[in-house]
Design a binder for this molecule. Structure first.
Ligand code: NAD
Ligand code: ZN
Length: 246
């Protein structure tokens, strides 16, 4: 697929998947992990978003999540989130697969979302199977399970943890039959987006990535659109809609 064919491909498609990463929320003011502003008290995310860090110092890990939750609460969905929500309305079959945990896709109106890394507004019990919402920020104390009162942890897939198997299975099923995959704002350093895109392409899909720069997705996809997700996605969507009405 050549660059100039992308709008037409999206205008013709009926079944589309979008995969997003932290870059999509960067323009909303939510830092990515790899940038300078991703640092907190000189810790890197890889030192805090782990089961070992939580076992060692749960208060430290909750403090970090609460700092991030404060940022997410102040952030507003940007034009990339809004475009993806509009795409869901347009296509008969659609799935948004996001690595983002900030809840901005939900707030932009997206409904068909697979949050493969979890959600920062949810917690789950470390002892029983309870999962619950934690909308308040800042937290006054570490959340406890409403059922058994044990310590709760963020409902997030941490470094070194496995994905939710059922959720991943439903994502793979959709990708096996999708016509197009649009990947936006992900480096592919966490390899799942690359794997998911390859899975769809092996089943016949075409794929496009949107990023400021080359990423692990670049050698995999058919074509790359360079720029800010908040500019590139609305621009692409305007072209798709003018094709669809032409
Ligand atoms: P990442 O690996 O997804 O990398 C971010 C990518 O976005 C980079 O390739 C960068 O070039 C690109 N990018 C930055 N600004 C962009 C823009 N305006 N438009 C288009 N592309 C842009 O993200 P990460 O920060 O390394 O995080 C890895 C994991 O950590 C995520 O998968 C997620 O689970 C978690 N995380 C989530 C959030 C969030 O929910 N917003 C934020 C940080 C990290
Ligand atoms: Zn419990």
């Amino acid at each position: 697929m050549k660059l100039e064919d992308i709008p037409q491909a999206f205008a013709r498609a009926r079944r589309v998947a979008v995969i997003t990463g932290a870059g999509v929320s960067a323009e909303s003011g939510v830092p990515t992990f790899r940038g300078e502003e991703g640092l907190w008290r000189n810790f890197r995310a890889e030192e805090l978003a782990t089961p070992a860090a939580f076992a060692r110092d749960p208060q430290l890990v909750w403090d970090w999540y609460d700092w991030r939750r404060g940022i997410c609460a102040k952030a507003e969905p940007n034009s990339a989130h809004l475009t993806i929500a509009a795409m869901e309305q347009h296509y008969p079959e659609f799935l948004l697969i996001t690595q983002n945990v900030d809840g901005l896709h939900n707030r932009a109106g997206s409904k068909k979302i697979a949050e493969i890394h979890g959600n920062i507004w949810k917690a789950r019990c470390t002892k029983c199977s309870s999962k619950f919402e934690i909308p308040e920020t800042p937290l006054t104390e570490m959340p406890r399970c409403p059922d058994c009162k044990s310590l709760a942890r963020p409902h997030i897939v941490w470094f070194g943890e496995s994905y939710d198997v059922d959720l991943l299975e439903s994502v793979l099923q959709f990708l096996s039959r999708t016509e197009l995959v649009l990947v936006a704002g992900t480096s592919g350093m966490v390899p799942m987006p690359v794997y998911l895109t390859q899975h769809a392409m092996q089943a016949g899909a075409h794929a496009v990535d949107v990023n400021l720069e080359d990423s692990q997705l670049t050698p995999v996809v058919d074509a790359s659109l360079r720029g800010k997700a908040g500019d590139v996605l609305p621009d692409l969507w305007r072209k798709v809609q003018s094709q669809a009405t032409a």
